[in-house]
Design a protein around this ligand. Structure first.
Ligand code: NDP
Length: 408
């Protein structure tokens, strides 16, 4: 039995809160804290369990976090805010003796760049404090790492080629919308691509490499090579890997809009000066600093509101080639998730669902003592079996194909 604090009140946090509340044998005390308390209260209302507590916290402030953690004394914090808050929340956990879990690695606000080094730098301090930090426990990163660990444990002596394939074949009937936080999403997609080959990281222009891949129950979809954070830890943890890549599908309309957004300068993350009317005296103008991408986020559809009209499904998996008993083998392990089913259960679409459910399972693994080891870890550093078992029970069942054509 454990006490959990969820930080953030967006799409992913909403799903995680529903799933935490469903698993009363593991989570008996729950608090949701975020920048806007009203959003936390709305989640509690949707779940219909008035025993869930809520609080307001600015997770950019270590001081505010330390106060909240010292008062509530959770066993684990699930950081489902934004990647910008990873380091402040980890710091507050260390100062108050609380374990930590997140779904996305740290990114500085002023550079669109993500890597694990900032969070791995906390390893020794977590070890010394006897605390566990579980990094990247959504779907990808998250289940993608658990799938790889499961493949390595049960099906391969040597993993040589790893391709993580992420397809969203859903239709939300909006001209343009992102499936999770627009700012984080657009920063990720407009970056240069990167993949690992024979011990080296090779860079590509953004979305330069693409090919059609066939997804179960969906069919062929154009898939684009992106850099993705889990590749960084997986190639270190499985040194036999010769090549590791990440692919994501995008529709032509989405890419056309993205191109326009970039050409208009709306994906910029540097501050510009904008002259706006004063709120209490519109006859006067005042100069304000705005970040174009943050402004764009304010006018785009909120990913949390996409669920009601979202049709179709996601399909995310790992396609792996390697050796077993001296023979080459291929293995494809994947989950398909229906946007409508996710919405019926949690009021959120499939992308939030596929992230929030694994986050809950990660916290469950910790509280059950199955994923508990002092230090800072990626998900593949733990036993995948109990996590895989829970995926089947908690709404993200997985399927396997042996020795099929991986198309890669
Ligand atoms: P949202 O933008 O919907 O939600 C983010 C929440 O964090 C909002 O409630 C926001 O508050 C809150 N927040 C932002 N800044 C602060 C702050 N300083 N203090 C307190 N709360 C804050 O994002 P999502 O739910 O879509 O995504 C959540 C996380 O999940 C992100 O880190 C994202 O990168 C990650 N993710 C991971 C995936 C995976 O597979 N691993 C896939 C998809 C997402 P407010 O409501 O006031 O704005």
């Amino acid at each position: 039995m454990g006490r959990v604090l969820i930080i953030g009140a967006g799409g992913v946090a909403t799903v995680a809160a529903h799933k935490v509340a469903q698993n009363t044998d593991v989570f008996n005390e729950i608090m949701i804290a975020s920048r806007t308390k009203a959003k936390c209260d709305a989640i509690v209302k949707a779940i219909g369990n008035p025993n869930i507590k809520t609080a307001k916290v600015d997770a950019d402030s270590v001081e505010e976090l330390v106060k909240l953690l010292s008062d509530y004394k959770p066993d684990i914090v699930m950081n489902l805010a934004l990647p910008y808050q990873d380091l402040t929340i980890m710091e507050a956990c260390l100062q108050t003796g609380v374990n930590y879990l997140d779904t996305a690695n740290y990114e500085p606000r002023d550079v669109a760049h993500f890597e694990y080094s900032w969070q791995w730098a906390f390893k020794e301090r977590f070890e010394k404090a006897g605390l566990t930090a579980i990094l990247g426990c959504g779907f990808d990163p998250g289940v993608s790492g658990v799938y790889t660990a499961y493949a390595a444990k049960h099906h391969f002596d040597e993993i040589q080629y790893l391709d993580i394939v992420d397809c969203n074949a859903g239709n939300h009937h909006k001209a343009f919308a992102t499936n999770f936080n627009p700012e984080i999403n657009i920063r990720e997609i407009t970056q240069k691509g990167q993949y690992y080959e024979n011990g080296e990281w090779l860079e590509t222009e953004p979305l330069e490499i693409h090919k059609p891949l066939t997804y179960p129950n969906i069919g062929p979809r154009e898939s684009y090579l992106l850099h993705h954070e889990e590749l960084e830890s997986l190639v270190l943890n499985y040194p036999t890997i010769k090549q590791a890549r990440f692919w994501m599908t995008f529709g032509q309309q989405y890419l056309t809009y993205l191109d326009v957004i970039q050409n208009l300068g709306m994906s910029r993350i540097d501050e510009i000066t904008y002259e706006a009317p004063l709120a209490d005296d519109p006859s006067k103008n005042v100069k304000v600093k705005i970040v174009p991408l943050q402004f764009l986020k304010a006018v785009l559809p909120n990913p949390q509101d996409l669920g009601a009209n979202y049709e179709g499904e996601t399909s995310i998996g790992c396609r792996i080639r390697g050796l077993k008993d001296g023979k080459e083998r291929t293995y494809y392990v994947y989950n398909n998730c229906s946007h409508q089913e996710a919405y019926k259960e949690t009021g959120m679409q499939g992308v939030s669902y596929t992230t929030g459910v694994p986050a809950m399972i990660g916290a469950m693994m910790f509280l059950k003592g199955l994923w508990k080891k002092p230090g800072v870890w990626n998900v593949e550093n733990f036993d995948p079996d109990p996590f895989m078992e829970q995926l089947n029970k908690q709404g993200l069942p997985w399927h396997e194909v042996f020795d099929g054509d991986l198309e890669l």
